[in-house]
Design a protein around this ligand. Structure first.
Ligand code: UD1
Ligand code: UDP
Length: 376
């Protein structure tokens, strides 16, 4: 049983749910908590997923406690009815933690997809770092995107059941991006991606709420002011906190386009055509390098150091002057830009879902073949 609830979990679990459904040795069930409602439904539609269970828990301005307790209560009923042999959770959200805990309460083994990412700072990202550490304790199977993720698990004392598979987001990306793609969003079809510098922005993390978000957004507005050839496209997350900040700091500018969240196909194809990505999102940090786009990470730290090591991403932090200065270097073009604009694939080769399914089959004695590991 695959359990997920937010947009990124859904995008990254969709190809795995599909892979499991295609394999005769498994019966694949799918349960969504709908921690996100609209943003989840958009992914379900794009990837043609029909959940077997939907807890529909989302509330406006929900707190961490409400999400966790509603998921836990709902999942208790679902799991006692369906009695799965294995529960799969993804990443580090409240749904992830509650899904793993609910399975543990019923002594159902847990497989953790996107395991082993760490900053080693318990409050950043918050609450994700603690969610994933706790799930690391509960899970019996750990599907690590990279070898360094598995090293992190070892440091936490997890020695067994870890497989290096690549990140399933790269599998997803292979099904969404195409050169011929035509956007359904009018603005995105009208933008001139050759003559203009289209900067794709997202910003939503809880630890950036308040001052850091205000500083980031002020820097973005200054970049738009000072570089007249830029078009800043920001699909704004539906969190009321983020909506309010974006309206306050970024609205009313002719070259800053605040638009509703995009569906995954629109988003991935926009990323494939843009000039630069500025983001605090985890998923975007993984996708942009595969598409050859430089990334400025709008955070103090990252659990995804691989793209930084490869030279295609840089940590810009959340200080206004630094974000502005680093953005300016890239917008000026030249070597500062071209040295970062290279396609690299440190996060996966599009085969993660096959490896995960193979590892599950092997673990349950349904196959004698352990999957080969992902190596970039
Ligand atoms: C959650 C995850 C975060 C992940 C992010 C991806 C936790 C604690 N956080 O954060 O790790 O990076 O999702 O986007 O699990 N809302 C809607 N409609 C939607 C989605 C959200 O209206 O489709 C609004 C609601 O008012 C909701 C609020 O956004 O209460 C916040 O959603 P929530 O899931 O609590 O937090 P995120 O910041 O989205
Ligand atoms: N995404 C999307 N539409 C948007 C913004 C993001 O489809 O308007 C996709 C993005 O391409 C990536 C995932 O959602 O696959 C990342 O989700 P998000 O940034 O919400 O969460 P995070 O990865 O930070 O947990």
């Amino acid at each position: 049983m695959s359990i997920f609830g937010t947009r990124p979990e859904a995008i990254k679990m969709a190809p795995l749910v599909r892979e499991l459904a295609l394999r005769p040795e498994f019966e694949s069930l799918c349960c969504v908590t709908a921690q996100h409602r609209q943003m989840l439904d958009s992914v379900l539609e794009i990837f043609h997923l029909r959940p077997d269970y939907d807890l529909n828990i989302m509330e406006p301005n929900q707190t961490l406690s409400t999400i966790t307790s509603k998921c836990l209560m709902g999942l208790e009923g679902v799991m006692s009815q369906a009695k799965p042999d294995l529960v799969l959770v993804h990443g580090d959200t409240s749904t992830t933690f509650a899904g793993a805990l609910a399975a543990f309460y019923q002594k159902i083994p847990v497989g953790h997809v996107e395991a082993g990412l760490r900053t080693w700072d318990r409050y950043s990202p918050f609450p994700e770092e603690m969610n994933r550490r706790l799930v690391g304790e509960i899970a019996e199977l750990h599907f690590c995107p990279t070898a360094s993720n598995r090293e992190n698990l070892r440091r936490q004392g997890v020695e067994n059941g870890a497989f290096v598979t690549g990140n399933t987001v790269i599998d997803a990306l292979r099904t969404t991006v195409s050169k011929e793609y035509r956007f359904t969003t009018k603005l995105l079809n009208e933008l001139d991606y050759t003559a203009r510098k289209v900067v794709l922005v997202t910003c939503h993390r809880r630890e950036n709420y308040g001052k850091p978000m205000a500083s980031i957004m002020t820097a973005l507005r200054r970049l738009a002011d000072d570089f007249p050839e830029t078009e800043l496209v920001y699909p704004v997350h539906l969190s009321p906190v983020v909506q309010e900040a974006a309206a306050q700091y970024l609205s009313g500018h002719p070259r800053i386009h605040l638009i509703p969240p995009l569906d995954a196909e629109e988003m991935h194809n926009l990323m494939a055509r843009c000039y630069l990505v500025m983001t605090d999102s985890g998923g975007l940090q993984e996708e942009a390098p595969a598409l050859g786009k430089p990334v400025l990470v709008l955070r103090q730290e990252t659990e995804r150091p691989e793209a930084i090591a490869a030279g295609t991403a840089r940590l810009a932090g959340t200080d206004e002057e630094t974000v502005y200065a680093m953005g300016a270097v890239l917008l000026r073009g030249g070597d500062g830009y071209t040295s970062m604009a290279r396609a690299v694939n440190p996060y996966g080769d599009g085969q993660a879902c096959r490896r995960i399914a193979d590892a599950i089959a092997w673990k349950f004695g349904l196959s004698h073949r352990m999957p080969e590991e992902f190596a970039p």
